[in-house]
Structure formats: structure tokens, C-alpha cells
Design a protein around this ligand. Structure first.
Ligand SMILES: Cc1cc2nc3c(=O)[nH]c(=O)nc-3n(C[C@H](O)[C@H](O)[C@H](O)COP(=O)(O)OP(=O)(O)OC[C@H]3O[C@@H](n4cnc5c(N)ncnc54)[C@H](O)[C@@H]3O)c2cc1C
Ligand code: SF4
Length: 526
């Protein structure tokens, strides 16, 4: 069967692949974007807690196993735009220190082969492209910027403004959370009538029914498809990559289409961007005589060093009601580089989307028992009306045994041991001790339904590592252009390349890197 040939074949349309497609579409080169999913259906369930959180309507139903062989379903969403259809769009830059060596309580976070300065111009472009709203100079850990945030910070609603004021009174430096939404605000922060985003309470974890969120589909794939040289094939699951006899060139991208047929594509350049876990899976499944341990895996590093953050979703109960709708507006990074009375970093805190009664109902016995002590006779809706919701995140460290492998029978295995838990524990304890000074009842409760059971191995929402970049082919998979050391035309542009993950959300760095690598591939094609 004839193979259709392109200048570039990109596999995966999420933050990495979608952004790269946008960048390269402007080059006039013939680009093919292959995506295993279809367009996410636009329907009322997009904004239904029951559909999204309780029934996991949109997540994959595939089954992987953990190191002990216990089955689980990874939290992954296969659609045009990838996981960004569901993300909270908190778009932070890594801190300059994250690019160097950081000593944590649990070990070393290694240096990147490039520094913050190398990424800065791409961060600035990424913020523009993904409509990031924020305020410079508020967050003490922010790196230097060549330009201000392209859009003004999303204003706090009154209860969150009070929280910000109370944190400042405690000598801390809360900042406006950088977030990618198409929100045009009036002087009070409300959405103006022409704003795509309506500033609702579905801001985190839900796909946006009105396309107001800057996800990879809305800001990259859809606009890029206006270029006739970009072609998108949906429901095209790439099974393996084949190489020439030398093993240096990918010659075929073999995909199963929606009707079950197998089709082959080829490109001068082939870019894998399936998300860190699925990209390593594709490379491992593409083993051949020249690459017996998996494509580009002479170093035995493919699939290893999987990282995902140590984090926890917590709910506090405000003494006064918290009628906030768009709650994801505040971040606190005072302990990002060093905890209090601790020689090592703790991490960062940011607001989560607002809990509703339905989300609490998923864990009703726990919440009712806890809430009844504080607010007697409260139904879940009343508790939710008082909830203030936080996300605490600290760095986990690369560990070579935290690893994705494919068993002989094809089963996908993900092994995970905890690294560096102490910083998160201490930050949680400290934050818990501050509740009364922040106008909350004592105590914090885990909101484990967010991210479908928090720290369970199935929580793969933030994923990085598995094919790290570096200058030494013996210890890294990709070079500093994110090209595989062992192949001449194979690149990876999702979060696989991260040597360490930092403690902020990873996606702005994926986007910035895709723009950086896109520039390199464009130059190479010319
Ligand atoms: C609920 C939730 C909230 C989040 N909130 C935030 C946040 O606030 N801030 C933040 O920075 N990050 C957040 N994230 C993480 C963010 O979504 C990811 O970091 C980001 O989407 C990763 O981009 P990617 O390109 O690496 O992978 P993805 O976005 O996962 O894209 C990979 C794409 O490849 C496709 N694919 C996979 N395998 C194949 C194959 N074999 N063939 C063809 N196509 C394939 C997939 O369908 C998908 O479209 C959140 C994630 C979730 C789930
Ligand atoms: S807050 Fe805005 S971007 Fe988020 S779901 Fe609502 S309308 Fe969409």
C-alpha cells in the first residue's frame, strides 16, 4: 500500500503536538497531524460534575497495571487538544532555579542542559498564544521577563481578595495566578458581553462548553487548520514507528484508523507528542533489530524517570460563605525554594476550581462527618457554599525505577515509588495551622475526587520525564533540540524531555518548548 509522504508528521494534538502544528503550519510545509481521539463532543455534560468527576465520562477506559500487577485506568483524555481540554489552564513558568540543581529533603533535582534564559523568549510567546492573564512582579519566585503578561490578571472575587489580604497580613506574598482564559473583564472583573469566557464556576477540570479556555484545540489546532498545508486525521491511533535498515531514519508511521484499517504515513521529520507516558509507550512498542530495547533506547532511559508532582487537593471551610464562582485566581509561592525552618523547598499553593455539592457527594460520609462538627445540620450544598479549595504541589524527583514498561503479552506496566514527600507534608501542616487567621474553621479536608482520586497511581494528569533531553547519549534519550540521539529525523515535544518537573504546573513549559523546537524544525526544513 502506498505511503502518503509529508514534510512533517506530528503524532498527538495536545499542548506539545497542537502547539507545534500551529507553529509549523505557518511555514507552508506539508504537515500531517495524527490524533487518536476525535473532537470532544460539545454537550451539557461538559459542565456536569456527575459526568466529568463522578462517572469519568470522557476519560479513557484502557487498563494498565502497577508494579504489583494491580489494574488501574490512567487519567488520560484522548481528544483533539489532548488533556488541555480538561486542564485548569494554570500556566506558570518554571522558576529560574528549577533549571539548575536543587537539593531537596528527598534528594537531588538535576539541572537541565538549557537555562531559564534559553526558555524566556519562548515563554513570552507561549503566554501570548495561550492568552495568559497574570500580574508581573507579585510572585517573589518569578524569573525575569522580557515582557509583561500579555493580558491583565483575572481579578479576585471578594472572598479570595480577603484571603489575599489576610495572607499579606501574615507577611506572605500571594500573587494572581497566571491562567489561560479568553476573558475580557470590566472594572469589577465581570465578563464583558463580548468575552468568550463567561467567568463561571467550571474553570478547573471541566472542558469549556463555550470555548473560553485557551486549550490546544481552540488556540492552536483550529486556527492552524486555516492553513491548507496542515492536515488533521482524527481517530488515528499510531501503533508503531518503523525505521530504515540503518535504524537512523523513521520511514513509516503505522496507524489504525477509526474504521479499523491500518494505514502508513511518512515524513521527512516525525514528531512524537502523545504525552510523556504514551510517547514512551510508542517508542517501546517500536522495537526492531536495530533498536531491540525500543526506538531511541540504546541508553535504556525510555520510560524511566516518570514524574508527576507530589500534590494534594484540600478543602477548607470559610466561616463566612464563599460565593466565589471563578476561584482559580490566587497562588502562593513563598515556600517554593525553601520551607519555613527547613533547609529544603516545600513547593507552591494555588486555588482550585470551586467545589460543588455534587463533588462532595462523591465522598459524602467523610465530608458530612467532618462538616457536621463545624457547621451542624449542613447539607453538602451548604458545606460547598463555605468551601475554599486549594491545591498544594511539591516536586517529586526523577527515579530510574519510576518507569513505564511493556510486558511480553503487551500489558502496560507503570511502576511508581514515592520520592521527596517531606516538603509537601510540612507545607500542609503549616498551612493547616494558619486557617483561623485566614477566616476559616480549623482543619483541612482532602478533596480526593479532584483529579479522580488524587495521589493514586491513576493520577497521571501531570506527567513528565520518560525520554529526558541532555547532551550525553548514554544518560539521555533526546538532544537539546529534542531530537532522538540515535535517529536523524525523530523528535519528541511533549513533557517527556523534562529532566526534572519543578513544583509548578508543567504545561506552559511544554508549550514554550514546542515553539522552540518548532523554530528548529522549521529552520532545518529550509
Ligand atoms: C484535570 C486536569 C487538570 C490539569 N490542570 C493543569 C493546569 O492547570 N496547568 C497545567 O500546566 N497543566 C494541567 N494539567 C496537565 C496538562 O493537561 C498536561 O500537562 C498537558 O496536556 C500535556 O500536554 P502533552 O502535549 O504532553 O500531552 P496531551 O495533552 O495529553 O496530548 C497528547 C495527545 O496525544 C494523543 N495520543 C496519545 N497516544 C497517541 C497515539 N498512539 N496515536 C495518536 N495520538 C495519540 C492524545 O489523544 C492526546 O491528544 C491538567 C491535566 C488534567 C487532566
Ligand atoms: S470559567 Fe470561562 S473558560 Fe472556564 S469553563 Fe467557564 S466560561 Fe469556560
Amino acid at each position: 500500500m502506498a505511503t502518503e509522504h509529508y514534510d512533517v508528521v506530528i503524532i498527538g494534538s495536545g499542548a506539545g503536538g497542537g502547539t507545534l502544528a500551529w507553529k509549523l503550519a505557518q511555514s507552508g510545509k506539508r504537515i500531517l497531524l495524527l490524533e487518536r481521539g476525535g473532537y470532544l463532543p460539545r454537550e451539557r455534560d461538559n459542565w456536569s460534575t456527575e459526568a466529568v468527576f463522578l462517572k469519568s465520562k470522557y476519560t479513557t477506559d484502557e487498563t494498565w497495571v502497577d508494579a504489583r500487577g494491580k489494574e488501574f485506568t490512567p487519567e488520560q483524555n484522548y481528544y483533539v487538544g489532548g488533556n488541555t481540554k480538561f486542564y485548569g489552564a494554570a500556566l506558570f513558568r518554571l522558576r529560574p532555579e528549577d533549571f539548575g540543581v536543587i537539593t531537596h529533603h528527598g534528594g537531588i533535582s538535576p539541572a537541565w542542559p538549557l537555562g531559564y534564559d534559553d526558555f524566556e523568549p519562548w515563554y513570552a510567546q507561549a503566554e501570548q498564544l495561550y492568552v495568559v492573564h497574570g500580574a508581573a512582579k507579585e510572585d517573589p519566585t518569578d524569573g525575569p521577563r522580557s515582557s509583561d503578561f500579555p493580558f491583565p490578571a483575572v481579578q479576585h472575587e471578594p472572598r479570595i481578595q480577603r484571603l489575599s489580604d489576610d495572607l499579606e497580613k501574615l507577611g506572605l506574598n500571594p500573587s494572581h495566578l497566571p491562567i489561560g482564559v479568553m476573558l475580557d473583564q470590566d472594572e469589577r472583573g465581570n465578563a464583558v458581553h463580548t468575552s468568550k469566557c463567561i467567568r463561571c464556576d467550571r474553570v478547573d477540570g471541566f472542558p469549556c462548553l463555550v470555548d473560553g479556555k485557551a486549550d490546544a484545540q481552540t488556540v492552536c489546532v483550529d486556527p492552524a487548520l486555516a492553513h491548507p498545508n496542515l492536515e488533521l486525521v482524527t481517530h488515528a491511533r499510531v501503533e508503531r514507528l518503523e525505521t530504515d535498515a540503518s535504524g537512523r531514519q523513521v520511514t513509516a508511521v503505522v496507524a489504525t484508523l477509526g474504521d479499523g484499517t491500518e494505514t502508513r504515513f511518512s515524513g521527512d521529520v516525525v514528531v512524537v507528542s502523545c504525552g510523556a507516558l504514551n510517547s514512551s509507550l510508542l517508542l517501546l512498542r517500536s522495537a526492531n533489530d536495530k533498536h531491540p530495547n525500543g526506538l531511541a533506547n540504546g541508553s535504556d532511559q525510555v520510560g524511566r524517570n516518570y514524574m508527576r508532582h507530589n500534590n494534594v487537593a484540600l478543602m477548607a471551610l470559610s466561616i463566612d460563605p464563599n460565593p466565589t464562582r471563578f476561584q482559580k485566581t490566587l497562588a502562593l509561592n513563598d515556600w517554593y525554594l525553601k520551607g519555613e525552618d527547613f533547609d529544603y523547598p516545600w513547593g507552591g499553593i494555588q486555588m482550585l476550581g470551586k467545589a460543588d455539592g455534587e463533588q462532595l457527594r462523591g465522598k459524602a460520609p467523610h465530608f458530612l462527618a467532618w462538616g457536621a462538627k463545624l457547621v451542624p445540620d449542613s447539607p453538602l450544598e451548604m458545606l460547598a457554599h463555605h468551601s475554599v479549595d486549594f491545591w498544594l504541589s511539591s516536586e517529586d524527583l526523577p527515579h530510574s525505577d519510576n518507569r513505564l514498561t511493556v510486558e511480553k503479552d503487551g500489558t502496560v506496566k507503570l511502576a511508581l515509588v514515592e520520592t521527596n514527600p517531606e516538603g509537601l507534608k510540612q507545607m500542609r501542616r503549616k498551612f493547616e495551622s494558619m486557617m483561623s487567621e485566614l477566616g476559616m474553621h480549623d482543619g483541612l479536608h482532602e478533596r480526593s475526587l479532584y483529579l479522580h482520586e488524587a495521589m493514586d497511581i491513576a493520577a497521571t494528569a501531570h506527567q513528565a520525564g520518560t525520554a529526558r533531553f541532555g547532551t550525553d547519549p548514554a544518560s539521555s534519550v533526546l538532544d537539546t533540540d529534542c531530537k532522538a540521539h540515535e535517529l536523524d529525523n525523530l523528535y519528541v515535544v511533549d513533557s517527556s524531555f523534562f529532566p526534572s518537573i519543578g513544583a509548578v504546573n508543567p504545561t506552559l513549559t511544554i508549550i514554550a518548548n514546542a515553539l522552540r523546537v518548532g523554530q528548529h524544525i522549521g529552520d532545518r526544513l529550509n
